[in-house]
Ligand binder design. Structure first.
Ligand code: KG4
Ligand code: ZN
Length: 338
């Protein structure tokens, strides 16, 4: 049987990425051109610079993805592109490139929700994984619990009321003068600290929602008051205690949701899934509750186009294609109808 080749394109934030997938799960290429060193100078992503870098990088990255896959561009059967959520100028670069190629090659265009892409990264890491399962998506912009009933049938059961988990990591790192992105820096520093040194608060919000802004304020207050009193701060203890507070909320709610919705498999996704302590804690809790745990390889945790191509492939199976009038939707939510 002829294989289906999907070209994936991702430009929602600060990575320009393209990938070629054979069928739903075989990665032929996965090219990521990161802009992190450029944005580091500013302590965070500068939207206009991100757009400008995407426009420079997009075609070379697509070209490299096609060449590395060892295919001819005319063999590509369909193009999947992230159309939201993300930075509007950044998204428009990927969407325009995808529309142009789909139009020129006369092949279908598939509009992919970036958050759904993060969940689908797990299908690439675990070839035998199938729905139903519970997904915890933790990224720079989102912290969500999703009941994945099928490949194209899911329900949002909880989300953050304020800051996303990754956003909290990045903000705390910034006030501690650690470089952007803060998540990996806090992760590293926390390894040398005591997670029980400071008792930061765990937010009490309704059932499966999260909130990290109170925790963020508590850490800022702790740092400010220590500075005012001229006390020495143990940064590693602050990082470890803050990280533990985030992880406790994420893990507890995930286990409770799995019990309520009678789901036996837990899937971790999004950039914060690269956090070693979150992975360890969730894995441990899953084992003690008799749940199966899935977690993408590091390169598939953070933004990439293989996960977008994978999500796109499963949309194509139910003929969920996009019109040539497709636009970027920066605040796209997980439940939005396409
Ligand atoms: O999914 P992602 O690559 O981009 C978005 O869709 O937002 O996630 C980026 C976020 C950033 O906030 C970054 O600090 C965080 O993921 N992150 C981490 C780690 N690696 C990346 N957070 C905690 N620990 C890590 N090891
Ligand atoms: Zn992402």
């Amino acid at each position: 049987m002829k294989r289906t080749l999907t070209l994936g394109i991702e430009t929602s934030c600060d990575e320009t990425a393209a990938a070629v997938l054979s069928g739903g799960r075989e990665i032929l290429s996965n090219i990521i051109s990161t802009q992190i060193p450029i944005h580091q100078k500013f302590g965070g992503v500068v939207p206009e610079i991100a757009s400008r870098k995407h426009i420079v990088n997009i075609m070379p990255v697509i070209d490299e993805a096609i060449n590395t896959a060892g295919v001819d561009i005319h063999e590509i059967n369909q193009i999947a592109v992230t159309y939201g959520p993300g930075l509007v100028g950044a998204l428009l670069v990927g969407v325009s490139a995808a529309k142009t190629l789909a139009f020129a090659l006369k092949i279908p265009l598939i509009a992919v929700n970036h958050l759904e892409g993060h969940i689908f990264a797990n299908f690439l890491s675990a070839p035998n994984l199938e729905p139903p399962f519970l997904a915890l998506v933790v990224s720079g912009g989102h912290s969500s619990l999703i009941n994945m009933k099928g490949y194209n049938d899911f329900e949002l059961i909880g989300q953050t009321r304020d800051d996303a988990a990754g956003e909290a990591f990045d903000k705390i790192a910034r006030v501690m003068n650690l470089p952007y992105p803060g998540g990996p820096q806090i992760d590293k520093l926390a390894k040398e600290g005591n997670p029980d040194a400071i008792d930061f608060p765990r937010a009490k919000v309704s059932e499966f929602d999260f909130s990290f802004s109170g925790l963020k304020s508590a850490v800022l207050n702790y740092l400010n008051s220590a500075q005012m009193k001229g006390e020495e701060i143990n940064k590693a203890d602050v990082a470890a205690s803050f990280q533990k507070a985030v992880i406790d909320s994420l893990v507890d709610k995930t286990i409770d949701a799995a019990e309520k919705f009678k789901l036996k498999k837990i899937v971790l996704a999004g950039g914060v899934a690269a956090n070693s302590s979150l992975e360890e804690n969730l894995r441990g809790m899953c084992e003690s509750h008799g749940l199966e745990f899935f977690y993408p390889t590091k390169i598939l945790c953070t933004d990439n186009a293989a996960m977008i191509a994978c999500r796109g492939y499963y949309q194509s199976l139910v003929k969920n294609f996009a019109p040539m009038t497709l636009n970027a939707v920066p605040n796209l939510s997980l439940t939005a109808k396409k």
